[in-house]
Design a protein. Structure first.
Length: 370
């Protein structure tokens, strides 16, 4: 099962490292390996969240996620996205941006770094909305009951998550964004840029998340009653799966922002960056499918909680990095610690259930303490 799920990741790893040696020798080999590890460590929580969504989709759409989705993730976000950033911020056409990335790497890195406030605001708001909608939902299983119970009660207030996200964006715009970090250690006032980008991230979440949720609700409602024909059911399932797939891709894009920006701390060579981050993206994709097929989220019920708390932490970190530089190791460790903590809590829960019987599940979850 492990070899079958990760076989394409292993193949891409071998090919990517071989291309790295051919392109830049053993130094490039080491840089690619470091970038791959960086991407995996920063995106492990992404895999857990993706698995929670992907398990609702058919085997066909899971294959689409591993094929078309990987092409979008590797070539779209890890290769084309940095070029698009330069093209938009520097007002250059894509061909000039590609030429700049290949011939003047220092200038290319400077332009991408200067665009970081807009990227961080967009991705931070999108991830913050995912976290807020999760913690404000009343769930049967609670990990940190002392915190999640009162938040679930607050979640009954309509549009509360949107209001909180907008308040966070306003505070960020008038604090961190007024002294935004730029290339070379300088600072600039990016309040307007951050405000517009953050609103764009919020709108993107509401459109994509709203459409996927709408069709998912329709699908669940249709399953509760007899379908009139098989054809109508297939069309409805296709619509629901398509928008959930679109939601997954936007989610992956938001997660990849910190990886792409963090990669410049290691290299400003776009070829090495694409190879290293692409290898890491393949492992994140394969890990997502592995979690689904193994039923890991069903066995370790607090993993999804830990991943969403890691998302919330990453959203805050992205906002803070508008003004301050934060080492990528810290960003990765925050996610690893939260997911590791939730995994250990799940193991303890399973042990308690094994000793007390399945009927004790609710009592175990109710008694959760930090």
């Amino acid at each position: 099962m492990l070899l079958k799920t990760f076989r394409w990741s292993f193949a891409v790893t071998a090919l990517g490292l071989a291309l790295g040696v051919w392109y830049g020798g053993w130094t490039a080999f080491g840089v690619i390996a470091i970038l791959a590890v960086l991407e995996i460590s920063l995106s492990f929580d992404n895999a857990v969240v993706n698995a929670g969504i992907l398990k609702k989709m058919s085997a066909f759409w899971q294959k689409i996620f591993l094929t078309v989705g990987v092409l979008i993730a590797v070539f779209g976000m890890r290769l084309a996205f940095p070029v698009v950033i330069v093209a938009v911020t520097a007002k250059k056409n894509p061909f000039e941006a590609v030429n700049l990335a290949l011939t003047d790497k220092d200038r290319y890195e400077q332009l991408v770094t200067d665009a970081h406030p807009a990227i961080a605001a967009f991705g931070g708001m999108f991830l913050l909305m995912i976290f807020l909608d999760f913690v404000f939902e009343d769930r049967d299983i609670k990990w940190l009951g002392w915190l999640e119970r009162p938040l679930a009660k607050l979640g009954k207030v309509d549009m509360l998550s949107v209001c909180i996200a907008l308040i966070v964006l306003l505070i960020t715009s008038f604090t961190f964004a007024t002294h935004a970090h730029q290339h070379g250690g300088t600072h600039a006032d990016k309040a307007q840029t951050v405000l517009v980008s953050g609103i764009a991230g919020l709108i993107t979440y509401m459109i994509v998340g709203g459409l996927s949720g709408f069709f998912e609700d329709r699908l669940e409602a249709e399953e509760e009653r007899e379908r009139e024909s098989d054809r109508s059911a297939v069309v409805l399932a296709g619509q629901a799966a398509f928008f959930m797939f679109l939601y997954l891709e936007v989610l992956d894009a938001s997660f990849s922002f910190d990886g792409v920006i963090g990669a410049f701390a290691i290299t400003n060579d776009i070829v090495l960056m694409a190879l290293g981050l692409g290898i890491g993206a393949m492992y994140v994709r394969s890990l997502t499918v592995y979690l689904v097929r193994q039923g890991t989220l069903d066995d370790y019920v607090y993993l999804e909680h830990g991943a969403h708390y890691a998302i919330g932490a990453l959203a805050v970190i992205l906002m803070v990095t508008i003004q301050y530089q934060i080492n990528e190791v810290i960003t990765g460790l925050v996610g690893v610690v939260l997911i590791g903590w939730s995994f250990w809590s799940s193991v303890r829960r399973n042990r308690a259930l094994a000793e007390a019987g399945e009927g004790a599940a609710e009592a175990v979850d109710t008694a959760r303490v930090p």
